[in-house]
Design a protein around this ligand. Structure first.
Ligand SMILES: CC(C)(COP(=O)(O)OP(=O)(O)OC[C@H]1O[C@@H](n2cnc3c(N)ncnc32)[C@H](O)[C@@H]1OP(=O)(O)O)[C@@H](O)C(=O)NCCC(=O)NCCS
Length: 174
């Protein structure tokens, strides 16, 4: 099992009881590097809803120095469409790691757990979209076998700049 400097990283499916912790993590990590929606303002939308069900999420826990284990990151993995002809594909539609846990392999562990879960569901391909200026995420995805499959130039206007929407994908074949 991959480890933080001193603590193991454990990945599990999300449960409804993660609502508060994941909502907080999501708000705390908001940035124009990856978000295309405005900074969340109170009253906050629920983290889980009909389209964002706990079973769509993997949660990574990394033990803390006090011995406590709490969500350090999450990944949302869903079929890109409800179409029968598209069921062999899974798409990452959300990945975030808490600032305090970055740089220790949490995202890589989540990604590898997602590959395993998708293969277990019979999928043979994984896709995602990442903003062109999100260098950390692009380096992560490339190091895990994703390649750029398409670019929508200047698709988003964020913080006074046009930003590309980059499509990436990889096979899940062994
Ligand atoms: C991108 C993100 C998920 C990485 O999480 P993380 O747990 O710190 O990443 P890991 O420790 O697993 O790093 C794995 C690899 O990612 C790349 N990476 C991670 N952070 C990086 C950084 N700041 N700069 C460059 N590359 C980086 C590296 O290739 C790294 O491998 P290495 O440690 O061998 O160099 C995290 O920075 C984050 O939550 N960012 C905001 C949300 C976001 O951008 N999500 C992606 C949306 S598409």
């Amino acid at each position: 099992m991959p480890e933080t400097r001193t603590h193991p990283i454990h990945v599990r499916p999300a449960v409804l009881a993660d609502e508060a912790a994941l909502g907080e993590l999501d708000r705390a990590t908001w940035s124009t590097l990856h978000a295309v929606t405005p900074r969340p303002q109170p009253p906050y939308n629920p983290f889980f809803d009909e389209r964002h069900r706990p079973e769509d999420f993997l949660v990574a826990e990394a033990g803390e120095d006090g011995g406590e284990s709490r969500p350090a990151g999450y990944l949302r993995l869903v079929p890109p469409t409800p179409l029968a002809c598209n069921t062999h594909v899974r798409q990452i539609q959300g990945l975030a790691v808490a600032d305090r846990a970055r740089g220790r392999g949490v995202a890589r562990t989540l990604l590898r757990a997602a590959f395993e879960a998708a293969r277990g569901d019979g999928a043979n391909r994984m896709t995602l979209r990442v903003l062109g200026h999100n260098a950390p995420a692009r380096a992560l995805y490339e190091s895990e076998g994703f390649v750029v499959e398409g670019v929508l130039p200047g698709e988003f206007f964020l913080h006074g700049r046009y930003v590309d929407d980059v499509m990436m994908g990889r096979s899940l074949a062994p």
